[in-house]
Structures are given as structure tokens and as C-alpha cells.
Design a protein around this ligand. Structure first.
Ligand code: S3P
Length: 435
């Protein structure tokens, strides 16, 4: 479906974003690996996560909906041979984490995904899992592929990329590997797997190597646990950005995960002059949570350091939109990973911004946006999204503050991460409707 966004006055009110996608995938996978019952409160009920739920069922666990947003997983204490293909849909997280989780079991599984996932690199997990003892039939190192699991040995793996998906695949494989498994990455990526493995009773800690601490896991069984999924800061980024750039807005986004390894976008916004405050900080489940209060702000351009990229990797598209409404240049570097996301997000954002009259330019590992202040953005374009949910949401937010409305060609994929996005934004006063 095509959606159109246009200016309709300030945003106001309060809302809770849907559950965190990263934590939702992990809760289902670890629940499926564990012995016994796992109850997951506020699971993200979106297409990507439902693919993981279906996969976990195919590996032998039961996954059922309980009351409201609660889901119950009953694991058999390990994965067993699936009789059908593991379809990961659009989700790189589902694909890479499940490959790792399944690789320690004596089974052969065929993995596949949609046209976007079939283009994304899988060698980043095939390489370490092969070193540990798994085997792959994977022409081109991409989906579709067959993984043959079995007896694994622990390794110390130096990942060339800072990727929580790679880290998680290796640590989950380490649960069934002889000896210990250590993962070293250039910059620390989100640590939900490490935190949640502790909650499920795994033997996980960290070791110091070359002056930095890195996660280490030893073989061991997981025990079912109770998990609560806070609101997703990567989804909250869209209403937060909208409130900043639509004059006179003030909104409260409630129950948001504020794990420091996910806050790079919000840190950058504060450097740009954004009025964002955190209230009611709490930590009920081993992950910090707070409410965010966001007010429309006069913004200036920023140069977020390259080392911050992993902490804001999914937020660069919406940061590029916010930068168009700031005064001055925003230079994003160290973000080459954006080229292998659901689409090449560097090219997609620069093309779309230019179509909306914004001065933007590609870099090999990022982009430059030259903003001219709040009222300067023309909009008035029809944006091609290539089925990328975050590109679609980013340009709809742009359309809420530009002079002319913005249309996105296909908004259906938004449901992979943020079901009900248009309703959520309408509830805050935005005008987003079918085009
Ligand atoms: C995720 C890690 C990130 C992120 C993705 C979710 C995760 O990917 O982009 O949306 O849940 O581990 P990479 O690990 O490839 O950077």
C-alpha cells in the first residue's frame, strides 16, 4: 500500500512503542533452546519476529499466545531436525541467530528468506560457525543454504565487523561447543544476547583481552525464564524525530529500552541541540527502561564519531532526515554496514533526500546532509523504498514537516518491525494516510 504524509500541526500526547525487536527474537530463540517454560511479556508481534517463532516451532519447541501480548515458549532443551525449510522472511537477525543456535545440534536445516535477505551476506556467520565445526552447502555464501550441525569446538573469534548478529550466532553456538567460546569485535555492539543468556542460566561472563572486555560462554543448558520486552528504541526513533522537526510538538514515548549500546541516535540528537529528557528510569529485567519526553527543537548539524555507529546502526536513515531540518552539515561516517541492510540505505537515503530537495551526498561509508533549518525542506516526492521498512518510515516522518506531502511507494514492509506505525503516529496527531 502507498502511504502519504503531510504537515498537520504539532504532535502531542503519549504512547508506548511496540516491543524491542532484538530482545523479542532472542527471547523466542533462547526459550526454544531451554528446558521448560518461558513466558515473554510484550513480545513484538511483527512479521520478522513471527518468522522466528515459526522457526523455533520447526526446531521442536511449542510457541503459543497467552494473555494479551504474552507469549509462552516451551522448549525441549535443544533443537531437533526440522521437517521443513526455516523461512526467515526479511529478517537478518532471525537468519543469523538461528544459524548459530542450531549449529550445535545433529541436524541438517535448509534456511531461506525473501528477495532482500537472499542478497545479504551470510559469510559473516558461516566463517566462524565453520571454524567451530558446522558445515554449509551455501553457493555464493547466501540464502538459500543448508546448514549441517553437529559436534562443535569452542573458539576465540575476532569478528571483522561490529555486529550483534555475528556475536550472537557465535555465542549461541558456544552453548553446545566443547571448551569456551569468546567473541572479539572492533566496537562493542548491542549486548542483549549476553544479558539474556545470564537470565536463562548460561555460563556467560567476560574476559579481558588486549585491554578490553569480551564476552565468553561455556557449554551448558538453558532453563526457561520470564522475560519482559521493553519498547523498541529503534521504533521510538521515528516519533521522536517527528516531534523534534514538527514545530511546537511535545510527546512522551513510554517504556523505552535505554540500553546504552542502543542510544547512539539519542546521544547524537542531544549534540544537535534536541530537547529530550529521560524520566522514571527502571530496570525490572536486566535491561534499563525509561520514558522519553521530546520537544520540538532548533537543531544544528553534527559529526557523530565512527565508533558510535554500532550503537545507532538502525537509526541512520531517520538521523539523515532529522539532519535535513538542522542548520549546517551532518557528516555520517563509519557506517559501511548500511550498504548490506534490508536495502543499501546510503544510496536509498541520499536518492530520496535529493528527490525531496535536500542537499545530500554519498560517502563510501556514510553520507553528508547539508541542512538549512526547519522550514527549508520541500518534500513533494514519491519515494521508492525497495521494501525497506526503515526507509519508508523515515520519509513518512520527513513528510510531516516538509512544505509538500511525501508519498512512499510501498508501506506494507513497515509491519516487519513496527506494526500499526501509521495509527501510532496518527494517535499523536500526524497526518499519515493511504495515498
Ligand atoms: C540486530 C543487530 C543489528 C541491527 C539489526 C538487529 C540484532 O545488525 O541492524 O536490526 O538484533 O542483533 P548487525 O548485527 O548486522 O549490525
Amino acid at each position: 500500500m502507498r502511504l502519504k504524509a503531510r504537515f498537520a500541526g504539532p504532535l502531542s500526547g503519549r504512547a508506548r512503542p511496540p516491543g524491542d525487536k532484538s530482545i523479542s527474537h532472542r527471547a523466542l530463540i533462547m526459550g526454544g533452546l531451554a528446558h521448560g517454560r518461558t513466558e515473554i511479556g510484550c513480545l513484538l508481534n511483527a512479521a520478522d519476529v513471527q518468522n522466528t517463532a515459526a522457526a523455533v516451532r520447526r526446531f521442536g519447541a511449542t510457541v503459543e499466545r497467552g494473555d494479551g501480548d504474552t507469549w509462552v515458549v516451551t522448549g525441549a532443551g535443544g533443537f531437533s531436525q526440522p521437517s521443513e525449510t526455516i523461512d526467515c522472511g526479511n529478517s537478518g537477525t532471525a537468519a543469523r541467530l538461528l544459524l548459530g543456535a542450531a549449529s550445535g545440534y545433529k541436524l541438517s536445516a535448509r534456511f531461506d528468506g525473501d528477495a532482500s535477505l537472499r542478497k545479504r551476506p551470510m559469510n559473516r556467520v558461516i566463517a566462524p560457525l565453520t571454524q567451530m565445526g558446522a558445515r554449509f552447502d551455501a553457493p555464493n555464501q547466501r540464502m538459500p543454504l543448508i546448514m549441517h550441525g553437529g559436534r562443535l569446538k569452542g573458539i576465540t573469534y575476532r569478528s571483522p565487523v561490529s555486529s550483534a548478529q555475528v556475536k550472537s550466532a557465535v555465542l549461541l553456538a558456544g552453548l553446545e561447543a566443547d571448551g569456551e567460546t569468546v567473541l572479539i569485535e572492533p566496537e562493542r555492539s548491542r549486548d542483549h544476547t549476553e544479558r539474556m543468556l545470564g537470565v536463562f542460566g548460561a555460563a556467560i561472563d567476560d574476559v579481558e583481552i588486549d585491554g578490553a572486555r569480551h564476552p565468553r560462554v561455556r557449554a551448558g543448558k538453558l532453563t526457561g525464564a520470564n522475560i519482559y520486552v521493553p519498547g523498541d528504541p529503534s521504533s521510538a526513533a521515528f516519533p521522536a524525530a517527528a516531534a523534534l522537526i514538527v514545530a511546537k510538538s511535545e510527546i512522551r514515548i513510554e517504556d523505552v529500552l535505554v540500553n546504552p549500546l542502543r542510544l547512539g541516535f539519542y546521544e547524537t540528537l542531544l549534540e544537535m541541540g534536541a530537547k529530550i529528557t529521560y524520566e522514571e528510569r527502571r530496570d525490572p529485567i536486566g535491561e534499563p527502561i525509561a520514558n522519553l519526553i521530546v520537544n520540538a527543537s532548533k537543531l544544528r548539524g553534527a559529526n557523530p564519531p565512527a565508533r558510535r555507529a554500532p550503537a545507532m546502526i538502525d537509526e541512520f536513515p531517520i538521523l539523515a532526515v532529522v539532519a535535513a531540518f538542522a542548520e549546517g552539515e551532518t557528516r555520517i561516517v563509519g557506517a559501511a554496514e548500511l550498504r548490506v541492510k534490508e536495502s543499501d540505505r546510503i544510496t536509498m537515503m541520499v536518492d530520496g533526500l535529493r528527490a525531496c530537495g535536500v542537499d545530500a551526498e554519498e560517502l563510501p561509508d556514510g553520507l553528508v546532509v547539508r541542512g538549512h533549518g526547519p522550514k527549508s525542506v520541500r518534500g513533494g516526492a514519491s519515494i521508492r523504498t525497495l521494501g525497506d521498512h526503515r526507509v519508508a518510515m523515515s520519509f513518512l516522518v520527513l513528510g510531516l514537516a516538509s512544505k509538500e506531502p511525501v508519498v512512499v511507494d510501498d508501506a506494507d514492509m513497515i509491519a516487519t518491525s513496527f506494526p500499526g506505525f501509521a495509527d501510532f503516529m496518527q494517535g499523536l496527531g500526524a497526518d499519515i494516510a493511504a495515498a
